[in-house]
Design a protein around this ligand. Sequence first.
Ligand code: F3S
Length: 65
Amino acid sequence: MKVQIDPERCQGHGRCYDLSPDLFTEDDEGYGRVAGDGLVPAGGERAARVAASNCPEKAIVLVEE
Ligand code: F3S
């Protein structure tokens, strides 16, 4: 699984990096960014889904591989 953030949708609510800081970080203005290459490590799928379901803008895309 990979995570992506749609920059057109992200409004900087920050729930992604608060809830799942291993997968997401923030830029200088508080907008969410994928940490590293976005690849979800084994066992991290739940954190990815929690972040995605808590983003009010539905900006987080989960890519099943
Ligand atoms: Fe942006 Fe959603 Fe995170 S609006 S900062 S991707 S919770």
